[in-house]
Design a protein around this ligand. Sequence first.
Ligand SMILES: [Mg+2]
Length: 186
Amino acid sequence: MNVYKAVLLDLDGVVWTRYGAIDKSPDATHLFKENGIKVFYLTNNSHRSQQETFDKLCKIYLTNQDVFYPAGNEIMPGTGSYLSCITMPHEILNDKIVVCGKPNVLISEHLKKMFALEKTEVVMVGDNLETDVKLGINCGYRSVLVETGVHSRADVEKLKIKPSKIFKSLYDMACNVNNEREQVNY
Ligand SMILES: [Mg+2]
């Protein structure tokens, strides 16, 4: 299997928290780029514009289903927490509800058309098994869980969602790029 050519990076809990950059994450993105790996950012975060989120919720076009997101040492309710308040009555009425964020594969189809990346060349990196890693699995990408956000390796068995690899941080992953090049399997 070829080494990956692109990483899709979730932001919250991977690159930064609400309090600033996660330790050495800027170095990690430099390392990827120095090694010729394309870096894309893929976030479900709509928290910074609450009004927009609520507007979108009213239209039933929802950005994501994340129940939680990391805020420093705290775990805060995400858009998904509000989602059930909206979806439940619509599900009862059999209305169609569209969620266009992770783990919906629509995003990956868009990236494929624009950048012609094969599935084996892409790694989805995130801190959330239920959205980030699941998106990777849904798209046929390899997936990496980094333990700087919502989930850790202890959650893998509990949620039955298995990433291809687990790293303590994005920087740890980036430092292993050259090791990955020497490995046949990932
Ligand atoms: Mg995240």
